[in-house]
Design a protein around this ligand. Structure first.
Ligand code: SF4
Ligand SMILES: [Zn+2]
Length: 361
């Protein structure tokens, strides 16, 4: 009941951000093999440094959103901690297992999230009776030995998990088709630092950057997923391209030069990689809201989107076997595959190995 006291303030923040800044939901935890309660907090830092100092990644619309929220001014320590405390007050009675913080950039970059806020949040998590895991996002250049050592020491026995947007294993694709601005070596260096400090790693893999064909983008996503899991990534977050305003991807889409991927392509990547480790399918809701999302035909798209949700709640790949639809033949023609059925053999083959969780040792 106490939460009711905070509702007017929460309403004001939601209104200012034009989105729900804090919420609780249940997610499937691959290590625990059951659903756990997650608290998600959107913390409006001053926005991604890479997006500010360059044109940003070709598909990312965060810059537009952060500019709307902050109007170019960096967020103060007081404002960020007030938002944190308000979000926390709204979780009372829920006992979340994990806290995921999204700041539309890199949590470890002090120009985006002041160091004092990073430290205070770690202390809060350490003191929490229920939260066991803090999940934040960062570009690899901000994953430094000093910072990870400091924050993991504040967290004590609680786990730090860092999500890095590798997107593509090929430096060429990451540079030219995504404009990501870091190399595979940078990613590997960050992975080593996380391992050294017993922190965990999530890796974003991007399906269908601009300039790649449907088939090339599937192959790149499969290669990238295999690579990240082989380095010890605890999970893969497979993001399929959707169109946000103010991006290079939007420009090409409006010129008829780019289309979001088929849902069959997402399934293809998952079916070829999910036996190697936890691969989650990213949703298509974001800020600013997409103007076009991945799809098949009107008949099977709703069914497959539902199967994605079901799959994410168990990581049971058999839930993606959703029968046939006439549009699959069109997809097969475009990507040059004869049938998805051949891939089932690969998924069920003896190459199945449990994922080595290197980072938690
Ligand atoms: S995808 Fe990440 S790194 Fe790229 S511009 Fe967006 S927030 Fe920045
Ligand atoms: Zn269809």
């Amino acid at each position: 009941m106490k939460n009711l006291l905070y509702l007017p303030f929460a309403f004001l923040i939601n209104n200012a951000l034009k989105l729900r800044f804090s919420y609780i939901n249940k997610v499937f935890n691959a290590e625990k093999k059951k659903r756990v309660i997650r608290w998600t907090l959107l913390l409006p830092g001053s926005g991604c440094a890479w997006a500010k100092n360059s044109a940003g990644c070709h598909m990312c619309g965060f810059k537009v959103k952060i500019d709307q929220v902050n109007r170019g001014k960096p967020a103060s320590i007081t404002k960020l901690m007030t938002i944190f405390q308000l979000g926390k007050s709204l979780t009372r009675g829920s006992s979340p297992y994990s806290l995921s913080i999204y700041n539309g950039g890199s949590f470890f970059n002090e120009e985006e999230i002041p160091l004092q806020v990073q430290e205070e949040i770690c202390r809060e998590v350490e003191r929490s009776s229920s939260i066991e895991q803090l999940i934040v996002e960062s570009r690899p250049e901000f994953v430094t030995d000093d910072r990870i050592e400091l924050l993991t020491s504040l967290l004590k026995r609680k786990k730090l998990r860092v999500a890095i947007g590798l997107e593509a294993v090929s430096d060429y694709v990451r540079e030219v088709c995504i404009n990501k601005g870091f190399s595979t070596d940078d990613y590997e260096r960050a992975v080593e630092i996380l391992k050294k400090n017993a922190a965990e790693l999530s890796t974003y893999v991007f399906l269908k950057p601009i300039y790649l064909s449907e088939q090339e983008s599937i192959e790149e996503a499969v290669r990238t997923t295999r690579y990240a899991l082989s380095l010890g990534s605890n999970e893969i977050l497979l993001e399929s391209a959707f169109i946000q305003q103010g991006t290079k991807m939007e420009k090409l889409y409006r010129e008829g030069e780019f289309q979001p991927p088929w849902l069959w392509s997402t399934i293809e990547v998952v079916r070829r990689t999910s036996h190697l480790g936890p691969v989650y399918i990213g949703g298509f809701e974001d800020e600013p809201p997409p103007i076009a999302i991945p799809h098949n035909c009107e008949v099977c798209s709703p069914r497959l989107m539902r199967s994605f949700r079901d799959y994410n709640e168990s990581l049971d790949v058999s839930l993606l076997h959703n029968g046939y639809c006439a549009c699959k033949t069109e997809w097969e023609r475009e990507v040059g595959y004869h049938s998805l059925d051949s891939l089932v053999t690969e998924v069920e083959s003896p190459i199945f190995q449990p994922v080595p969780i290197l980072l938690s040792t």
